[in-house]
Ligand binder design. Structure first.
Ligand code: AMP
Ligand code: GLY
Length: 443
């Protein structure tokens, strides 16, 4: 029986915990707040700063419980070097070391790597550290553009022309602000060409050499229905029974896999062996798949889609990542729909935190849905919201619309001052996407 140290406390980590448990693992969790779902299936857990390398380093019990390996869920501890620290202690880790996690830590590194190694899917980008230079450049740049801090801002620092700002001047103002106020921590800004199309996620398992793909997922980042409102970590997501997406072909999948394989190979050539889960955020454009972002971990909510239908033991895959012989991961041919339940006002500066949520787990189960907890507080058996996403339901079925209906029925058993996007994966929305993509491709 494997003992696993699990770092992280979100919906993603609850899904990882359930999948490890199905592989007969005993879980020892480090969480910044008590996730009731993880707590319930763990052998033991500690509440503390899951992002802090020194906090985890100084945990006595990491050593004396003699865990067989560690699984690090979120990006921050990986970017901070938690994998390096654990490996130094002799604990193998699923998740890249600091030198490899930089693929998410620096958007400049990621784009430079793609450029240097001639990898497909690269979009035009320009990096600046001087606010007068970025101003001069943008005054003469003719295409619509996107402004991104080079450092990590949890997806919230990115501003897209036509979405977050309208005029060139507003874009210039923000680009200068990123440099002058060191938004993202570095005082550097990336200007990218704005690409048009449908976004999707390809997650893979890799030992640094071989790359094994998972079903594609489409995530919904905008806070409100109809894809409006501020960007969030993700309000929900879906995947299809054929593991593709309704607007995307097998050929697009193959091209996306090739890009991810090339990135892993380029990292290896740079002496940065990447072991863990790699997440590619793509835009399917008229010219094919383009990379928007690369992350060093599972997506949240996307982990809940793929892990809910993973047939192969995640413990066996974890050992494959560590030892360099990943078994072919098998996934059920089922569609999945994840819907997050969030506090009212999530995505705005004042979400309704500390509000009780009533969750009828028994009825949710009877609807045939899965439930993953995320950021909530539990006091005397009662569940309360925080400022982050609270919990998610997942419908799994033979086709997308059945899965969507299961998720919707499950949501009826969750009440309180909460909000959820009912439009995610509804037929009208999916049909609009297919139509949009068809037009863009000139079909
Ligand atoms: P990121 O944090 O880089 O994933 O960006 C957040 C969101 O901004 C993405 O999910 C896209 O919707 C949008 N975005 C980022 N970069 C671009 C781009 N170059 N062109 C169009 N949209 C983009
Ligand atoms: N759902 C977006 C992410 O995990 O980065």
């Amino acid at each position: 029986m494997n003992k696993v140290l699990l770092i992280g406390s979100g919906g993603r980590e609850h899904a990882i915990a359930e999948a490890l448990k199905r592989g007969s693992a005993k879980i020892y969790a480090v969480m910044k707040h008590k996730n009731p779902g993880i707590a319930r299936i763990s052998q033991d857990y500690i509440i503390g700063d899951e992002n802090s390398v020194s906090f985890v380093k100084n945990l006595d019990w990491v050593k004396f419980r003699k865990v067989d390996f560690a699984f690090i869920g979120p990006e921050t501890p990986l970017i901070n070097g938690m994998a390096d620290m654990l490996e130094d202690k002799g604990i193998p880790v699923v998740g890249p070391v600091k030198d490899a996690a930089i693929i998410e830590g620096s958007k400049e590194f990621m784009r430079d790597l793609m450029k240097k190694h001639g990898i497909e899917g690269l979009i035009d980008y320009y990096v600046f550290t001087d606010s007068s230079k970025v101003e001069e450049f943008l005054k003469n740049y003719e295409k619509p553009f996107v402004v991104k801090p080079v450092g990590v801002t949890g997806g919230k620092g990115v501003r897209v022309m036509g979405v977050h700002f309208k005029t060139r001047e507003e874009g210039i103002e923000y680009a200068k602000e990123v440099i002058d106020k060191k938004i993202g921590g570095v005082g550097k800004v990336i200007i990218e060409e704005k690409v048009e199309g449908e976004e999707y996620t390809l997650q893979v398992f890799t030992d640094g050499r071989t790359v094994k793909g998972m079903p594609l997922v489409q995530d919904f980042k905008r806070a409100f229905e109809g894809d409006t409102g501020p960007n969030t970590g993700g309000m929900g997501s879906y995947s299809m029974e054929n593991h593709l997406l309704p607007f995307l072909t097998k050929e697009d999948y193959t091209k996306s896999m090739k890009i991810v394989e090339d990135i892993v190979a380029a990292m290896r050539r740079e002496g940065r062996i990447y072991r863990g889960i790699l997440y590619g955020q793509f835009m399917l454009t008229a010219e094919g798949p383009k990379i928007i972002e690369v992350n060093c971990r599972f997506g949240d909510p996307e982990a809940m889609n793929v892990l809910s239908i993973l047939k192969t033991s995640l413990v066996d895959i974890a050992w494959g990542i560590i030892e360099g012989n990943i078994p072919k991961p098998e996934f059920y041919n089922k569609a999945t729909v994840v819907k997050y339940v969030v506090p009212e006002g999530y995505g705005t500066p004042n979400p309704a935190a500390n509000q009780q949520i009533k969750i009828n787990e028994e009825k949710i189960k009877r609807e045939g849905a899965l439930l993953y907890y995320a950021s909530v507080n539990e006091e005397n058996g009662k569940i309360f919201t925080t400022t982050s996403r609270s919990l998610a339901v997942v419908g799994v079925a033979d086709n997308l619309y059945e899965a969507e209906e299961i998720a919707e029925r499950a949501l009826k058993h969750i009440t309180g001052r909460v909000y959820m996007r009912h439009d995610i994966a509804k037929r009208e929305m999916i049909e609009r996407k297919i139509e949009r993509m068809r037009k863009l491709r000139g079909e």
